[in-house]
Design a protein around this ligand. Structure first.
Ligand code: SF4
Length: 295
């Protein structure tokens, strides 16, 4: 047996919190247990651990932190990815309604082309494309529409709604499940947007926070001296309280890590039902990005 390549451990409050990226599992270890795990990993043998602490060993095994020696984990991920790519029962289309945005984050790679948006002809071509997929892809069971940008909500009524309406109705007619999701900065998600999203099955938002209020407002501000944190947090809460899912992507860097607990506190008043729809993802900024998911 060997330690999984996809294990990531980090210290928290005197414990070691482990995450396995393949099984999407967490484990919290007391220092002594972590030392036992680490010693087994370094000696490249888990036989002794299995003998002296079988419960712990089985837990590591069940959660994918320890795998059979013969398992090629990279190949296993490739196969899982290919399986998704070749799954003809699902089709996913991503649309960027605009390359413009109402923020100017320093790390943004978008072009911020002013007034850029999908024109009427492209909207019609997109509708035709959706129809063609629904007509021609045999075995199709689910059609998914993703929205990205720039900030897609800049053109919610002009671009998103007509396509959502069309795709939703066309899928219904063909008995294909329609789902939609959006990556947004969250500033423009008001009640009207939420109600229309619910109507057209757009039920999943990814929204980024650049750390706590103080840090976020230095990156994403409406105007000088006017941050966006409070508004975005309020909008995120409203989305989940309305029964839609929010993935809050927290950008982590040495600067944002300080005070990141504040973000958790700011969501502590969510209802129990809403908490189940709220997911936190921590993305580390830097040369290599590591992704941690917390539910
Ligand atoms: S909110 Fe997103 S699209 Fe807009 S400037 Fe920031 S990173 Fe770019």
């Amino acid at each position: 047996m060997k330690a999984s390549k996809f294990n990531l451990f980090f210290p928290h409050d005197g414990y070691q919190v482990g995450y396995n990226g393949y099984t999407d599992s967490f484990i919290v270890l007391e220092p002594m247990l972590y030392e036992m795990y680490d010693a087994s990993k370094r000696s490249k043998s888990f036989a002794e651990l299995q003998e002296v602490h079988s419960d712990f060993y089985n837990n590591l095994l069940d959660n994918g932190f320890v795998v059979e020696e013969a398992v090629d984990e990279v190949e296993r991920v490739k196969q899982a990815s290919l399986k998704i790519d070749n799954d003809m029962s699902k089709f996913e289309l991503h649309i960027n309604p605009t390359m413009n945005c109402n923020f100017k984050c320093w790390y943004c790679y978008e072009t911020h082309i002013k007034d850029s948006k999908m024109d009427a002809a492209t909207i019609e071509h997109t509708k035709k494309f959706i129809s063609r997929v629904l007509d021609q892809q045999t075995g199709l069971k689910e059609f998914s529409l993703g929205w990205f940008g720039g900030e897609p909500l800049l053109y919610f009524k002009k671009v998103m709604v007509p396509i959502l309406q069309y795709a939703n109705a066309a899928c219904k007619e063909k008995n294909v499940v329609f789902i939609s999701h959006m990556t947004s900065n969250g500033l423009l998600v008001d009640q009207e947007v939420i109600d229309m999203c619910k109507e057209y099955n757009l039920n999943f938002f990814q929204i980024t926070l650049d750390g706590n209020r103080e840090r976020h407002d230095k990156v994403r501000f409406i105007s000088e001296g006017k941050g966006s944190y409070d508004k975005i947090v309020a909008n995120m809460k409203n989305i989940v309280e309305n029964g839609l899912t929010v993935v809050a992507r927290i950008n982590i860097s040495p600067e944002t890590l300080v005070g990141v607990d504040d973000v958790l506190k700011d969501f502590s008043d969510l209802s129990e039902q809403a908490k189940g729809l709220f997911v936190l993802i921590f993305i580390r900024f830097g040369k290599s990005k590591k992704i941690l998911t917390m539910r």
